[in-house]
Ligand binder design. Structure first.
Ligand code: MN
Length: 273
């Protein structure tokens, strides 16, 4: 099994090496990660300049540093390493729970794998400036998670979060109840206004969610999907009397409008005003 490992903390992060060590028991490992930290970059891609893919040595592993984002690293890494089976992303220094999934670079690397038709697994753990994660204490849980998920071939995108001292593993759903971003005004040394866009720690989560699990010292595993469609919203919209207006007027558009009308939902077409 070919296991490509990326992250958003950069190729020299201790988290990626900790993950590579565990993953190497399951297959052939290669690391491809940003040359500098790209945390909170989300799913950005580098389209306006070329990327470089430079080989470096990290312990006994083959590794490459890329001057791009986590998503770039997975696109480039799987291009350069044919027949990659699965992409792991992490171990991120910092949890990626609930709303963080929207801006996480760690999860974006796993998402990029899923977009390419591969499987992607993001793995994150708690981190503070005072204390680095104890990777050797987490190792049995990372092993267990990989044993579980590498067999689950139907799950194409999974988000895993580990508390510092886990007591077991739980399947969870993503918590989306609260937002953890906050703008804090301040002043620079010259007295000019500046703003920090920062994370507010959230407490108290709905049972069964990722945040709830980690608060209760469970390893959280959340299966995710790429399709963001609000199915209920779409069903409601299709049943509405008024369909979105179709541009008309110029003769050049009329042919296209006829075509698109033909493709419209039957009921909606019937009820169009
Ligand atoms: Mn990070």
């Amino acid at each position: 099994m070919r296991i490509l490992i990326s992250n958003d903390d950069g190729i020299y992060s201790p988290g990626i090496l900790a993950l590579a060590k565990v993953a190497s028991r399951f297959g052939e490992v290669r690391m491809v990660a940003p040359d500098v930290e790209q945390s909170s970059m989300g799913h950005a891609i580098t389209a306006s300049r070329p990327l470089r893919y430079k080989r470096i040595r990290l312990d006994e592993f083959e590794a490459y540093r890329v001057n791009g984002t986590p998503a770039d690293c997975v696109a480039l890494g799987t291009h350069q390493w044919q027949h990659t089976d699965v992409v792991l992303s992490g171990i991120n220094l910092g949890l990626n729970l609930g709303n963080s999934c929207w801006h996480s670079g760690t999860l974006a690397a796993a998402k990029q794998a899923a977009l390419l038709g591969l499987r992607g697994i993001a793995i994150s753990t708690e981190f503070s400036d005072k204390q680095e994660p104890n990777f050797s204490a987490l190792e049995p849980y990372v092993t267990k998670v990989l044993e579980l998920l590498l067999e689950e071939k139907a799950m194409s995108l999974v988000n895993v979060n580990l508390p510092p001292k886990p007591r077991g593993i739980r399947w969870t759903r993503q918590s989306v109840r609260q937002y953890d971003g906050k703008v804090v005004p301040s002043k620079d040394p010259m007295g000019r206004p500046i703003y920090w866009f920062t994370i507010t720690p959230l407490e108290g989560a709905e049972e069964g969610t990722d945040r709830w699990a980690v608060e209760h010292n469970w390893v959280s595993i959340t299966p995710l999907r790429l399709d963001l469609t609000d199915e209920k919203g779409l069903t409601r919209a299709l049943a509405l009397h008024h369909t979105p207006p179709i541009a008309s007027g110029t003769s050049g558009n009329s042919q296209r409008n006829k075509k698109s009308r033909r493709g419209m939902n039957k009921k909606a077409r019937h009820e169009k005003s």
